[in-house]
Design a protein around this ligand. Structure first.
Ligand SMILES: Cc1ncc(COP(=O)(O)O)c(C=O)c1O
Length: 401
């Protein structure tokens, strides 16, 4: 195994990873030390093009100067207080995020899965308050991904991820993504339907307009809440502020995380007016949620991402990707899909093999689906030249497999 020279010392970090880290990730064999924009540098200073954004987190790329300055300034002032008191960045962030999302109130958490746990609790409490016990079922979709903690994992529509971990919390109903399955699944026990407008981990699957419209139509008719999990497809990724903005709908609850922190852990449950007084003292909480340092960074992220021109630019780069693949011939590629800079390339071979080969060619990509989709989530600030370079690498890599 390769030994690296780092700070003048030879270290075998890859061996460390085998010895000390639990085996939850099949790591790509690389150890990074720094990043700038869309580029990452390993311990030997080799450069890689990052088409992962740390799985949809580094929307503004690595080393964004304004974000760094905001975080640094807050680090020097106040790092943590607790939520029994208030701090300035979290109040400013609460105002900003509810205004730009057209929502009423927000609760801050630390990760996507924790945010979804809170969203599930919020939906159930709303229903309990209004209808009493027994109306607590949440409908979720085949191939969805909502996180790794027990309720969010049970909400996730992928049996393979469940098999060792029973028993799960009750009250989730997984359905195929068809109008018929949806209609069949709705009964008087249902309090919410949870969707990703564009599924990420499940293989980059944009939901059809017909299906999304039906979700909202059924929900409205039956006072069922719609939760949009925007952890991956939200915050500018698709060229709109939220993934659901690609459809003419507005949910009752939005969960966001990933890109909101710019690399620091923060998530947010946003709710509309109907739910603004559902949670009361003691119903939910978090020690770190709304941490002033994460919040200071998040304000800067939202300032940049919610800018109209910024979003138009992402949408334009999304079109560029579509154009790139339009006139290409495919041998190993089955389909290219996605919205904005959330791109899935379904291939005939194993996506993990393509990922390793792309890495050898200097490009970091993700996999998705059932190891049949190469997923690209480049930083949203990527230049057209970098985008074209990365697309050429992945196209050639897959087609030469
Ligand atoms: C749509 C969606 N929801 C929830 C999560 C879980 O987020 P986290 O890993 O921050 O807990 C993810 C992570 O990939 C996701 O894509």
């Amino acid at each position: 195994m390769a030994k690296f020279l780092y700070n003048g010392i030879h270290m075998d970090y890859l061996q460390y990873s085998k010895e000390y880290l639990m085996n939850t990730y099949n790591h790509i064999p690389v150890v990074f030390t720094k990043g700038k924009g869309c580029k990452l540098y390993d311990v030997s200073d080799k450069e890689y093009l990052d088409f992962t954004s740390g799985i949809g987190v580094m929307a503004l790329g690595h080393g964004n100067e304004k974000w760094t300055a905001a975080v640094e300034a807050q680090l020097k002032k106040l790092v943590h207080t607790s939520n029994i008191v208030l701090n300035v960045p979290v109040l400013e962030l609460a105002k900003k995020i509810t205004e730009i999302s057209n929502m009423s109130k927000v609760f801050f958490s630390n990760s996507g899965t924790e945010t979804n746990e809170g969203a599930i609790k919020l939906a159930r409490k709303y229903s309990f308050d209004k209808y009493g016990k027994g109306r607590s079922t949440i409908i979720t979709l085949d191939r969805s991904f909502h996180g790794r903690t027990m309720a969010a994992l049970e909400a996730t529509g992928e049996d393979e991820l469940h098999k060792y971990f029973y028993p799960f919390p009750e009250g989730f109903r997984h359905i195929d993504i068809t109008v018929e399955s949806l209609e069949k699944a709705v009964d008087s026990s249902v309090c919410a339907i949870m969707i990703e407008a564009i599924q990420g981990e499940g293989g980059v699957n944009p939901l059809s307009r017909e299906f999304v419209n039906k979700v909202f139509e059924i929900a409205e008719k039956n006072d069922i809440l719609v939760i949009c999990d925007e952890v991956q497809c939200g915050l500018g990724r698709t060229g709109k502020l939220f993934g659901f903005n690609n459809y003419d709908v507005h949910p009752d609850i939005i969960s966001v995380a990933k890109a909101l922190g710019g690399g620091l852990p923060i998530g947010a449950i946003l709710c509309n007016k109907k739910l603004e007084n559902t949670f009361n003292y003691g119903d939910h909480g978090s020690t770190f949620g709304g941490n002033p340092v994460c919040a200071a960074g998040a304000i800067e992220i939202l300032n940049q991402i919610s800018d109209k021109k910024f979003l138009e630019n992402v949408a334009e780069k999304g079109k560029f990707v579509k154009e790139f693949f339009k006139n290409k011939s495919f041998k190993n590629i089955k389909e290219v899909r996605g919205v904005g800079l959330m791109i899935g390339i379904e291939i005939k071979g194993k996506a993990s093999d393509a990922q390793r080969k792309a890495f050898e060619n200097g490009l970091l990509v993700l996999t998705a689906g059932r190891n049949n989709v190469v997923r690209l989530l480049p930083p949203l600030i990527i230049s057209k030249e970098e985008l074209e370079k990365g697309l050429n690498i992945i196209y050639k890599t897959v087609e030469s497999m």
